[in-house]
Every structure is written in C-alpha cells, then in structure tokens.
Design a protein around this ligand. Structure first.
Ligand code: IYR
Length: 219
C-alpha cells in the first residue's frame, strides 16, 4: 500500500478566489524579459528562496530531474559570456536562416550578451536525463523536458513575485555550460537565466500578448 497523508488544503471563498486570480494575473501581466541589469546585489537568501519555489514543481514520477547552478563568480560569468557570444556570433552571422532573424528583429537581440556579466547572478538550469541508484546503476527519468519546463515557469514567477527581473536565455548549442560548470554527463543544460534588478534606463521590446480569445477555446 502506498504511503498517503492528508492533503494540506486551505479553502478560499469563491469570490476571494476570483479576486486573487485577477490580482495574480495583473501582477504576472507586468512581467517582462529584461536584457539590461543594474549593478546591484541580490537580497541575501533570495536565490535560495526562488530555487526552493521552483523545486516545488510537479515532475514525472516525482523524480525532480533538475539541478539549478547559481553562478555569482565574476570569473565564471565572464567565461560563460565569452562562450555564449562565440555561439551566438555564429548563430547571427551564419547559422540562423533569414526568416529566423526577421522573427527576432522586433526583439532587437544580437550576438553581444553584456547581461551575462552585468547581472549579479546567472541561474543555469540543468535537466537530468537520468539518475543513479544507490549502487550507481542508471535510473531512467520520465518527462524531463516537461518537468524542467514547469519548474522554470515557477522560477520565473517566483523571481517576478520577489520584485526582480530575469531573462529566459537559450544560447544554442549550450554544451559550454556543462563544461564550464563541470556537470556530470547525465545533465543537459536547459536554460541560462540572468537574475537581478533592471538598469535604470532599461527598455523592453514594444510587443503585445495574444488576447484571451485567441489562446482559450471552449468546448
Ligand atoms: N539564442 C539567440 C537567438 C534568440 C532566439 C530566440 I527563438 C529568441 O526568442 C531570442 C533570441 C539569442 O539569445 O540571442
């Protein structure tokens, strides 16, 4: 028989549920991906708290197939920036087809990634393709992309909720992160996320979100 315990559920009256849903939406709608960071340290204990929040995500067979590496060392940030820019230079000048570059044009991105050493911390999220049993044998992990994707969504919400900003950055390919951060071969880099405060003159692309009637269908 499985080990089950009572659910810790805190009921909310329906009208309060709606008010809370509206307030949460309004708060989340203000979230933006930010590419310009202030030279300002993070509050003590913040990274621990937001990563703990991400770690509450559901995952395939509860295997929690994620590792979060919090990079604060200026030297490692510099190494990561240099390696990312090498890949990105090749992407923007050779690898990306014209159609991809024109899709990116409204964002104003380019090969240079100053945010990688400007942000006070880089969170690098790794996906554990498999785990290991106590005796060292390989243990299959399930739905790792879905699991880590959900955890990162919660991480982004936790960062925004704490009044900080982040960027969802995916230099491609990302093997350099596995090498620089000395991760085991079972782990694949999933995402690189600078975290911090926005620069005073930070700007964001003037883009909009799809209206609800385009993303929600009733049957
Ligand atoms: N990885 C590159 C290119 C890039 C691709 C997509 I899709 C974006 O939404 C943004 C950028 C870069 O980070 O510049």
């Amino acid at each position: 028989m499985e080990d089950h315990i009572p659910l810790d559920f805190q009921p909310i009256p329906p009208e309060e549920s709606l008010a809370r849903a509206e307030a949460f939406y309004a708060q989340m709608a203000r979230r933006r991906s930010v590419r310009f960071f202030a030279d300002r340290p993070l509050p003590e204990g913040l990274l621990e708290q937001i990563v703990a929040t991400a770690g509450t995500a559901p995952s395939g067979a509860n295997q929690q197939p994620w590792t979060f590496v919090a990079v604060r060392s200026p030297d490692l940030k510099r190494q990561i920036r240099a390696a990312a820019e090498e890949e990105e230079r090749a992407f923007y000048s050779q690898r990306a087809p014209e159609s991809w570059l024109s899709d990116l044009a409204p964002l104003g991105t380019g090969w240079e990634k100053p945010f990688l050493d400007a942000a006070p911390a880089l969170l690098v999220i790794f996906r554990q393709r498999h785990g290991y049993d106590a005796d060292g044998t390989l243990h299959k992990h399930y739905y790792t992309l879905e699991s880590v994707g959900i955890a990162v969504g919660m991480l982004i919400a936790a960062i925004h909720n704490a009044g900080l900003v982040s960027l969802t950055h995916t230099p491609s390919p990302m093997e350099f992160l596995e090498r620089i951060l000395e991760r085991p071969t079972s782990e694949k880099a999933f995402l690189l996320m600078p975290v911090g405060y926005p620069a005073e003159d930070a700007t964001v692309p003037n883009i909009t979100r799809k209206p609800l009637d385009e993303i929600l269908i009733w049957r």
